[in-house]
Design a protein around this ligand. Sequence first.
Ligand code: ZN
Length: 280
Amino acid sequence: MRLINLAGRLATQEAADLVDVASASGGRFGPDPHDVLDRWDEFMAWAGSRPPAGAPVPAPVSAGPPVPRPSQVFGIGLNYADHAGESGMALPSLPMVFPKFGSCITGPGEVDLPSDTVDWEVELVVVIGRPARHVAEADAWAYVAGLTIGQDLSDRALQFAGTPPQFGMGKSLPGFGPTGPWLVTPGEFADPDDLEISCSRNGSRVQHSRTKHLIFTVPALIAYLSSHLPLRPGDLIFTGTPAGVGLGHDPAVYLRPGDELVSTIEGLGSLVTRVSGSDE
Ligand code: ZN
């Protein structure tokens, strides 16, 4: 199933059409994406009786974040070996978890630069679909509603301002959590653990990898996080970024007003982020 938030109303792709979930269900499900996420098993049963999605269609420009108000947003640092290397950091022995505060979550579209030290990080984002606590890795995919694309935008100066560094604030400024455009259920992928992932800046590719290179896989992250705290429907996990971020360049390169990021993941389409701000 391929789902999309169109101006605050959840739609599902059936054949080549985008169908409003609230209307098609006769009001059984509300238009807000969270109404569906909170009753995910019931929704999946209803969706099973509907026509399947055809080939992917372009995302309308009105697409918003698939999950507008997640109760928890987890970031995972240094989860690709090549990115840990370019950051000059040792490989983590446990998932390195930081918060992205929920007010930063947006959809495709514009982000206003707050400084001249903002970096890009394309990431596979997991959307939790069922309450999860002490979940075994082998069962973890059953707790996933779907996957989407995210940008873990990061103000590097703020991220590394203190000792020890505190990642949450520097990765949570307004607009620093673009997500979307699609929420695609795991069953739509031949192998949801091995997806091509890339990011281009102004048309030149800066990041390119596959999610099979994640040090801690999606099931491993769900098992780890849920061993410590409950995961709730609609929670997001930004699973980490591969090499090629601006900080990894010598000298470092950061976003400028007028830049365009296109973040692409196999089976999920592309998330377009336009950068605005005063250029001085
Ligand atoms: Zn990240």
